[in-house]
Write a protein that binds this ligand. Structure first.
Ligand code: DQA
Length: 137
């Protein structure tokens, strides 16, 4: 089973960024815990702050991997291009968010990813990623 977590803009700052919303743990630290926990999964990680790089990665892995866990971060709410890429590929995508976006500003209630996603998990903090990986097992 080969899965990849793809994180969008500003998620490289987890641990420092608005800790009251996103927690105080770095993603690198959390990712090593996930790799330890899901030993049977070949788990990869990619992060970019650039929309086109995220689309490029979705296209690259989207015809061979078993699953994609995608937190497109702010691009969730703005990017028709990433939404189209999710629809264009064959690998199922589970959309995740750390925060409950529906409890936040109205502009975060819109997702261009959800219409092409297999499912959506949000609001469980970093555990949202764990739950998304579980959904593929
Ligand atoms: C986020 C929610 C988005 O609205 C925000 O722009 C992010 C992170 C989350 O994981 O809660 O950067 O995707």
């Amino acid at each position: 089973m080969k899965l990849i977590i793809i994180n969008g803009p500003n998620l490289n700052l987890l641990g420092k960024r608005e800790p009251e919303v996103y927690g105080d743990r770095t993603f690198a630290d959390y990712f090593s815990q996930l790799q330890f926990k899901f030993k049977e999964v070949q788990l990869e990680y990619f992060q970019s702050n650039i929309e086109g790089e995220l689309i490029g990665k979705l296209q690259e892995v989207g015809f061979s991997y078993d699953g994609i866990v995608l937190n497109a971060a702010a691009y969730t709410h703005t990017s028709v291009g990433i939404g189209d890429a999710v629809k264009a590929i064959e690998t199922p995508v589970v959309e995740v968010h750390i925060s409950n976006t529906f409890k936040r500003e109205d502009f975060r209630h819109v997702s261009h990813i959800s219409p092409g996603a297999k499912g959506v998990i949000l609001g469980f903090g970093l555990q949202s990623y764990d739950l998304a990986i579980h959904s593929f097992l």
